[in-house]
Design a protein around this ligand. Structure first.
Ligand code: C2E
Ligand code: MN
Ligand code: MN
Length: 414
């Protein structure tokens, strides 16, 4: 993108881009008995033919030029499954003398092509074999990371139409006399079309957010209200007919520490609404847990002894991350929206999500992804091994009621 390729510029930037094709397609294997299909461009008849090509591309030059050309590539309908692996700054260009070069790996010996690529480099970088950008080249040529890239079909392969049912047609329930209300949102397994759990999300009576509800409270009143609100959540869940289902409730970790007999209060309310502790999951936010871990672990012992499950919410958003799992293992982990957003396009997010999945699998911790808004996000996450999801793509929270769920329907018969 630089008109003067030989010249080193003041703040050069490089971005490595990979546009991946079919390496693995777990989603399809899981969904139907058909063999995995290589998917390329959709034809006017509505089916797909294979355009078998994976490109690995390094762009470098002034930041604005690189961004512009990258955007151009992203918007070019001939490319798909574009993943950004690296975005970084450096003192000069690695391939300052090369204009645009294309190496067709099918026509080279692997060792040879790598040397050819490196030979094109500016002298300084020819010697820097541990440079990240050059390592990406090496890995791509040697094809050692293939199993980590999933090809996903285009987003419009699926239709998401919210489906009214007996549950969602019920009129909303109102918590009479209470200073709070709840919205309900499902965590779903889209491929088996099952609701894993219903999460009760705190609202003001008029539907204001949890932040608005807590705004007017200070000191211990925050914790007392947090706990007392669960009485409302449980009775609304019961009124909505969720007795046979799993119910997720959010609590500040310190609510259990600061309010005397908090667990007993919860157990009493669970029973009073015709529920059992085994169907309740309490979610705690990662960053709040880590700041007072010892006290928190004591409270968790009480919950677990009573049969209540524990989930860590907003996992990956705080500062503790995977280290938290060395100190305490929850039953479930909810992978945060910040990692989920555009995961299909981000190499770093993909690597982090894969590490979390691997860790959870080793420790037999169940996991789900939260805040899924795009079909592509869901398809990538499903290919990576996640099967439980929460997000607007499937259902949005509904105040005092059960929202209709949009189960994914395959639009084209492929
Ligand atoms: P959370 O537990 O992670 O709950 C999910 C939040 O993500 C909800 O926001 C929900 O509306 C939102 N959400 C769901 N799907 C999507 C999506 O596809 N995209 C995006 N961008 N957002 C989505 P909400 O209801 O505003 O709650 C915010 C947070 O407040 C909750 O995050 C939870 O940590 C906290 N909270 C909720 N209820 C309670 C409660 O009873 N007590 C306490 N202490 N905290 C609560
Ligand atoms: Mn939550
Ligand atoms: Mn959240």
């Amino acid at each position: 993108p630089d008109k003067h390729p030989g010249k080193s510029c003041s703040q050069p930037l490089f971005t490595a881009v990979i546009s991946a094709r079919t390496f693995q397609l777990n989603l399809w294997k899981k969904w139907s008995k058909q063999p995995p299909i290589r998917i390329g461009t959709r034809t006017s008849q509505g089916f797909y033919y294979s355009t078998e090509c994976t490109f690995f591309q390094l762009l470098e030059g002034p930041e604005e030029s690189v961004k512009r050309i990258y955007e151009h590539i992203c918007n070019d309908p001939r490319h798909y499954n574009l993943v950004e692996l690296l975005y970084d700054y450096g003192p000069s260009r690695r391939f300052g003398h090369a204009g645009m070069e294309l190496f067709d790996l099918r026509r080279y010996d692997r060792e040879e092509v790598l040397q050819q690529v490196l030979n094109k480099g500016t002298t300084r970088y020819q010697l820097t074999y541990n440079d990240r950008a050059l390592q990406f080249f090496r890995t791509f040529v040697e094809a050692t990371e293939k199993e980590n890239y999933f090809e996903i079909p285009p987003g419009d392969t699926w239709e998401f139409i919210p489906e009214e049912d007996a549950f969602s047609r019920q009129p909303p329930v109102i918590a009479k006399g209470a200073d709070c209300s709840f919205a309900f949102q499902p965590i779903v397994d889209p491929l088996t079309q099952q609701v894993v759990s219903w999460e009760a999300l705190l609202r003001t009576p008029s539907g204001g957010s949890p932040a608005v509800y807590f705004e007017s409270l200070t000191g211990n009143a925050i914790y007392e209200s947090d706990l007392k609100s669960k009485q409302v959540a449980l009775s609304m869940a019961s009124a909505l007919g969720l007795e046979g289902q799993t119910l997720s409730l959010n609590l500040l970790p310190m609510t259990l520490v600061n309010v005397p007999n908090a667990v007993d209060f919860l157990l009493k309310e669970i029973a009073a609404n015709g529920l059992v502790p085994e169907q309740i999951i309490i979610e705690f936010t990662e960053s709040e847990v880590i700041s007072r871990l010892t006290e928190f672990k004591g409270a968790v012992r009480q919950l677990k002894s009573a049969g209540i499950s524990v989930a860590i919410d907003h996992f990956g958003a705080g500062f503790a991350g995977l280290l938290l799992l060395a100190q305490f293992q929850p039953d479930r982990i909810k992978i945060n929206r910040e990692l989920v957003a555009d995961v299909h396009k981000s190499g770093p997010r993909q690597a982090i999500v894969q590490a979390i999945i691997k860790c959870c699998a080793s420790l037999e911790i169940q996991f789900c992804a939260v805040g899924v808004e795009k079909a592509e996000e869901w398809m990538w996450l499903e290919s990576a091994g996640i099967s439980e999801f929460q997000g607007h793509l499937f259902a949005s929270p509904k105040l005092g009621g059960i929202p209709p769920i949009a189960w994914p329907e395959k639009k084209f018969d492929i």
